[in-house]
Design a protein around this ligand. Sequence first.
Ligand code: NDP
Length: 296
Amino acid sequence: QLQAEIIDGKSLAQKIRKSLSHEIDTLKTASPSFHPRVAIVQVGGREDSNVYVRMKQKAAQEIGVGFVHCHFPETVSEEELLQSVQGLNDDPSIHGILVQLPLPKGLNERLVSESIVPEKDVDGFNEVNMGRLSKNTAKPIHSACTPKGVMELLQYYNIPIAGRHAVVLGRSDIVGNPVSYLLRKANATVTVCHSYTQDLPKYVGEADIVVAALGKPEFVRGEWLKPGATVIDVGINSVQDGARRKLVGDVHFESAKKVAGFITPVPGSVGPMTVAMLMSNIVDAAKLAYAKSRAI
Ligand code: NDP
């Protein structure tokens, strides 16, 4: 029986992180003042946010990127938060700024995220970077990390994109929208599905590449897929499994791997690539700032 080839994002992510670490070492040796540093702004103590912050901190420290954690209590005012971002914008020793979302109710996420200067917006979420990503004739300073990771996986596994039909499930600003822009820039014919789409299985059945970013556990069934299709499962959903909880994607892996040509497992493929792409954006931001400081 046919079994899909597993797309191993975990080991590709490790390779990328190793190569970034090497690049930083080389740059530090050549220019001792080169010190990439990222700051993360976190409000409150949501357990999932703590996990993500720790993960980013570990990844940064492993490759030699400095990490500053600006942790505020839930009671912080919007004004204080905006001032903190402004301070980080103005600080030449900080190259990337992350705001850990979601922010507690009452704080305007859009306002706070948009206050990061585009050069330091290493998540690639702000309107300048996202707007440029959506234009044919513009290039963002930083592209959103998960979408960038999806493209890297497709390229690394030599999966043809140009002229193929890519169906993106989800249109959020952090995954679905930017993935669809990148696929279109890579010359795929792109269909974007969302909660108003009628007959989702029909669209999935026409796809050479399916990118699932719905946030619905095991929603996409193998029976929907065109045989040989590439399945990139972005979803991360925590579900009950007997007495324990486990993580599953938006695709039903067991049925999908019998039909797909390539498939990403959850966890361990798109997730690690997202972190690797974030590190890559931070290093790019530091190189950019360094080049600018030398040019003055
Ligand atoms: P959102 O909830 O912001 O967006 C979900 C999208 O799916 C929306 O566009 C929504 O449509 C669409 N949708 C929901 N239900 C259906 C349905 N039944 N049929 C068709 N479309 C539907 O989620 P995110 O984009 O933020 O995240 C998606 C998933 O990816 C989550 O599981 C998240 O945890 C995961 N994720 C993983 C990352 C990684 O590093 N691997 C990074 C970021 C997210 P509409 O617009 O109409 O509401």
